[in-house]
Write a protein that binds this ligand. Structure first.
Ligand code: ATP
Ligand code: MG
Length: 488
């Protein structure tokens, strides 16, 4: 049996039990109310009985009880009114005489308070008093005071729910109630079957749909989503499920793309490391094989080439390490206020020798009174260095590299421009991706393609971004902004 079916049957069973319990409760409550109704009817109908009897009877003659007269009239009253049981009481409620068979009357006294209340009430209310035959139980009654020469000598007390009447009515009551209960049970069963099951089926229909969708997802159908979430009774559940499924799929996609990048990284790295390594290996092998049979110049040449390959390797590994750390968010920028103009000055000085060797001019262009910026000094230095590296690498001899510093609003903008070959427009957006080198066949300027990727990551850490402006055969400019230091 499937889960949804189980749920259906569970709800059905619960409903059934509820209906049966309600049925019993209904029978019980209507029985109770019916009984109340009967008692009140009796008291209203026969409430005057005690008074009427007293009109026919003088219970006392000169202080003496007329036993025989009383018993006669008690008998005839009880025969004519089978619901009645007559008692003669003294003023305190003590039973003086009655017409019941011997042993039937158990109590010697009845409570006088309800009798007094009944007599003094102007409108005959629904009051119950002690039943002498069953001490502890109370029943409706009729009562009237007995006065002799203006003095209270006792009460005539008539129980209006005689033992006989109780027996008959409770027998009838039980049989009617059994019938009613049985019918109710039957009707509720049919009702539950017809309407309840139908209603539950309607209600669980949507749930069944949700469960089957969830199961499909579990079994690998990543596109399983609940349609029509608005129409169902389980809107929140359906929507939450859909969102959850989207999140899971999103996470899986992200993991997949990370995994792809990792693979790509390994492939590229192994390729990039292999070239300089094999160069070094080749030269070292030659040196070993030839030993003494090699001229001094050649030896120096081989060693120099090996050295430059080793330097490339070193740089590549350092860059990879830096990029990985940036990507894994292991680098926290330590921000401090500093003058970016001073930094630019230092970097320019460092690159001066390299530029001279290529006959390239470096021009630093800065606005007066530039404010302090608030950033990580060494990371910003890396950014400018990487941009300078590229400019120097790609600008042909005799070119110019410019560093422009300006201020706009609350930012200091930094621009590194060159008179190099430019970057084709379709590739401009991709140069910031790692291992991405603008396609330039015959490009001898070997690099890992990590420089700009590192720049982008560092600027992301500073909540800013880098822009590119480039024209083929004219030059390239990279610019970014850093926030000015707010003293207040
Ligand atoms: N100033 C520039 N002029 C022309 N092309 C550039 C310039 N700067 C970057 N590029 C292009 O963008 C590519 C990516 O630059 P990036 O600095 O990321 O890598 P790289 O310089 O090739 O290698 P690395 O910086 O890791 O040594 C370069 O290979 C180059 O094709
Ligand atoms: Mg570079």
């Amino acid at each position: 049996m499937t889960t949804s079916n189980k749920l259906f049957w569970k709800i059905s069973a619960t409903l059934m039990v509820l209906l049966v319990v309600l049925g019993f409760a209904y029978v019980f409550i209507s029985g109770y109310i019916g009984n109340q109704y009967m008692q009140e009817t009796h008291q209203r109908l026969y409430g005057g009985l005690a008074e009427s009897v007293l009109k026919e009877l003088k219970p006392y003659t000169k202080g003496q009880v007329n036993e025989t007269d009383i018993k006669d009239i008690m008998h005839s009253t009880m025969i004519m009114n089978p619901i009645a049981e007559v008692y003669l009481l003294d003023p305190d409620g003590k039973i003086i005489t009655h017409a019941a068979p011997k042993g039937k009357v158990k109590a010697e006294k009845v409570g006088i308070a309800p009798i007094k209340e009944y007599i003094t009430a102007t409108e005959k209310p629904f009051i119950i008093g002690d039943d002498p035959r069953y001490p502890g139980t109370c029943k409706v009654f009729s009562a009237a005071p007995i006065l002799e020469e203006g003095e209270l000598t006792g009460y005539l007390y008539i129980i209006l729910q005689s033992e006989k009447a109780t027996a008959i009515s409770s027998g009838l009551f039980n049989s009617y109630m059994t019938k009613l209960g049985g019918n109710l049970f039957f009707v509720s069963l049919i009702g539950a079957l017809l309407f309840g099951l139908l209603a539950i089926w309607f209600l669980t229909k949507n749930l069944t749909n949700i469960i089957s969708t969830v199961r499909r997802f579990k079994e690998g159908d990543m596109n399983a989503r609940i349609a029509d979430t608005d129409q169902g009774d389980f809107k929140v559940l359906a929507e939450t499920y859909n969102e959850m499924a989207d999140t899971i799929v999103g996470n899986i996609d992200q993991l997949k793309s990370i995994e792809n990048l990792r693979r790509e990284l390994i492939a590229n790295v192994s390729h990039d490391l292999r070239t300089p390594l094999s160069i070094v290996k080749g030269y070292v092998e030659t040196l070993l094989i030839k030993e003494e049979n090699i001229s001094k110049e050649d030896r120096v040449k081989y060693l120099k080439t090996s050295m430059s390959s080793l330097e490339r390797l070193e740089k590549l590994i350092a860059q990879l390490f830096e990029y990985s750390k940036l990507e894994a968010k292991q680098i926290e920028p330590k921000k401090e206020p500093f003058f970016v103009s001073e930094l630019a000055q230092d970097v320019t000085a460092k690159y001066q020798i390299l530029a001279k060797a290529k006959d390239i001019k470096i021009v630093l262009n800065k606005k007066e009174n530039l404010p302090l910026v608030f950033a990580d000094l060494s990371l910003v230095e890396r950014v400018i260095q990487n941009l300078m590296d590229n400019a120097l690498k790609f600008t042909p001899e005799g070119g110019t590299i410019g560093i422009d510093l300006d201020v706009t609003d609350n930012n200091v903008s930094i621009q590194v421009k060159d008179t190099g070959p430019g970057i084709p427009e379709d590739q401009q957006a991709h140069v910031f991706e790692r291992y991405r080198k603008a396609d330039r066949t015959g490009n001898k300027q070997a690099g890992a393609g990590l420089g700009l990727a590192i720049v982008k990551k560092i600027l992301e850490l500073h909540d800013t971004s880098i822009h590119i402006k480039s024209k083929m055969n004219e030059g390239t400019a990279f610019m970014f902004q850093l926030p000015a230091y707010q003293t207040t």
